[in-house]
Ligand binder design. Structure first.
Ligand code: FES
Length: 178
């Protein structure tokens, strides 16, 4: 299995690069090509935290759980994201808007606890900061949705170009109480 495991990792990484996650059907193909079971593939893939098995959300929230962030309260930051989004780490919201991950050091220990949202680092996070960032992302979605709707309305006037509500994280957002 060790030799197979060695070829399994780069294969899984290539699949994840292509799809953004590792679809179950691909797990089946990989297993068949290596002559191992799907359970074997999942066992290896799960061992490494880098693989995901469901499609990523449109917005990616990665909460650092490295040592520096851990000692500065990253667990509370993760809890706040989890509460706001209504999901656990490793999950994607039902509307596909957000996914939440707990990750190892993202290289910004001097501003721990740190979070990466859509590739952008936010440091010195507090619960209030989490809500601010969350609201900014939701506001951006709402602006994009309105712009898409405005573009549609500026079309031929027959209603065919109306926005379809693809920005379905609109309506999210929280107050800043507490
Ligand atoms: S431990 Fe969190 S950024 Fe390094």
């Amino acid at each position: 299995m060790d030799a197979k495991r060695e070829s399994l990792l780069p294969t899984l990484q290539a699949v994840q690069r292509e799809h953004g996650y590792v679809p179950d059907e691909q797990v089946g193909k990989i297993a068949a090509s290596l002559g191992i079971t799907k359970a074997d593939v999942y066992a290896v893939a799960s061992f490494y935290g880098q693989f995901r098995f469901n499609p990523p959300g449109r917005h990616s929230v990665k909460v650092c759980a490295g040592t520096a962030c851990h000692v500065r309260g990253s667990a509370l930051i993760l809890d706040e994201w989890s509460r706001l989004l209504g999901i656990e780490p490793g999950q994607t919201t039902a509307d596909g808007a957000f996914d939440l991950e707990r990750v190892a050091c993202i290289g910004c220990c001097s501003v721990a606890p740190a979070v990466m949202v859509d590739g952008e680092v936010h440091g010195c996070m507090s619960s209030a900061e989490v809500r601010t960032v969350f609201n900014e992302v939701c506001a951006g979605d709402e602006r994009a949705r309105r712009a898409a709707g405005a573009d549609g309305d500026a079309g031929e006037g027959n209603g065919a170009g109306r926005g379809d509500g693809a920005g379905d994280s609109a309506g999210r957002g929280v107050g800043d109480a507490g």
